[in-house]
Design a protein around this ligand. Structure first.
Ligand code: FAD
Ligand code: EPU
Length: 338
């Protein structure tokens, strides 16, 4: 096994932060990761599981062992009248996996096209976009318990999925390494084009008959026009979650901000786009050194080149405080702070 020492993680995180790892070990089999976990040399060393690095902010060097997940493989495991069940290894690139399914006409992942990162991290925060979430197509996963090196199966119920949430971010934080995920995909597509600008984009593309490929392409076009490409400008997507507040709090804010966008959540709560709150506080397009707030999407914090993790974190703290002060709303970070 190849264990590197003191290497830069700049190319391993989409923010492009130049922090280093004390030890760095890629693993491409379950055996290898079990050996690494069982290795006495590393028994008291903190361990960090790295996927595509597209949802982390490194605020310091990683003092410990970074385990880089490179498990590969996509396998059709069973089918019934309505569904195809596909197992994907955690180290598969998410979008390549989505494209594989679309090529085979397996439906259900098209709205989740072009999300960066790997399959293994997708259940961590129940990735979501354009009216779909991972939980809608999730069947089960296998994960390695870091405490006893055993493989455990999790059903959807076990994962306690919520909006950008799962048991792996809460009760089982740092306890499991996700090894593979089984997806339940549709043989006959159930299209979901009501969210955002999908229908408009399909019209612009002159699509006459809906297909998983067309919906996927529409989502790709919209995402590419809105979100910065990490290859050009460092970022980790939405830095904060969209907050949910009580209906009464929303009604009282409405007196001062009648144009505040909102979406009902049940009967007594309302979701407010964090991008709007941040823009209202004057942050859109803000830049200090190389740390900034994206020009088109203020929910995305960016690294224009050489910002360090602390600078991005400090900027996020200032944004949190100003939104709290102006609207009384507490934003929560979506990105994992390391
Ligand atoms: P990493 O950043 O490597 O890891 C994230 C966390 O998961 C870390 O805590 C890590 O320790 C843990 N982890 C990773 N792999 C494993 C594993 N196998 N087992 C256990 N723990 C693990 N997210 C959305 O939900 N919707 C979007 O629309 C979206 N758009 C984005 C757009 C851009 C431009 C970018 C840069 C990011 C976007 N994201 C979005 C965030 C990100 O793509 C997802 O959260 C993605 O699932 C992260 O995958 P990753 O492999 O890069 O995870
Ligand atoms: N808005 C502004 N100003 C802007 C941009 C947006 O006020 O400059 C407001 C508008 O009211 C707009 C609303 O924000 O209608 C929503 O914007 P957008 O459709 O761009 O989506 P978002 O809520 O900012 C969420 C997810 C994204 C996901 C998109 C599409 C979260 C935290 N973010 O963003 O996920 O791709 O919807 O479904 O829920 C991510 O998690 O990293 C991510 C990118």
């Amino acid at each position: 096994m190849n264990i590197l020492q003191n290497i830069s993680l700049k190319q391993y995180n989409t923010f492009g932060i130049d922090a280093s790892a004390q030890y760095f070990a890629p693993f491409s089999s379950i055996d290898e990761v079990q050996q690494l976990l069982g290795d006495k040399k590393f028994s008291s060393v903190p361990k960090f599981i790295l996927g595509g690095g597209s949802n982390i902010l490194l605020t310091k060097n990683v003092d410990g062992l970074v385990l880089k997940n490179e498990l590969k493989g996509i396998e059709l495991i069973k089918e019934d009248k309505r569904h195809i069940y596909v197992k994907a290894a955690a180290g598969e690139n998410w979008n390549s996996f989505v494209m594989h399914c679309i090529q085979h006409n397996y439906a259900g992942l098209e709205n989740l096209s072009l999300i960066p990162g790997n399959v293994g991290a997708s259940p961590m925060q129940n990735i979501g976009a354009y009216g779909a979430e991972l939980k809608d197509v999730f069947e089960s996963l296998e994960a390695l318990n870091r405490n006893d090196n055993r493989i455990v199966e999790f059903t959807a119920n076990d994962c306690a999925f919520g909006y950008r949430e799962s048991v792996f971010k809460r009760k089982y934080k740092d306890r499991f390494i996700i090894l593979n995920v089984i997806f339940r995909l549709d043989k006959v597509p159930v299209f979901n084009t009501s969210y955002g600008a999908i229908e408009q984009e399909l019209e612009r593309m002159n699509v006459k008959e809906l297909s998983v490929k067309a919906v996927s392409q529409a989502v790709i076009n919209i995402r590419s026009s809105k979100l910065p490409d990490p290859k050009q400008i460092g970022n980790a997507g939405s830095f904060f979650k969209n907050p949910t507040i009580e209906l009464r709090a929303y009604q009282s804010l409405q007196h001062s901000y009648s144009n505040m966008p909102h979406y009902a959540v049940g009967n007594d709560h309302v979701k407010i786009p964090a991008a709007w709150l941040i823009e209202q506080c004057g942050w859109k397009g803000y830049r200090s050194g190389d740390a900034g707030v994206h020009l088109k999407q203020p929910l995305v914090l960016v690294n224009y080149g050489n910002a360090n993790g602390e600078e991005i974190y400090d900027l996020s703290e200032k944004i949190l405080q100003s939104v709290k002060q102006k609207f009384g709303i507490q934003l929560e970070r979506e990105v994992n702070i390391i």
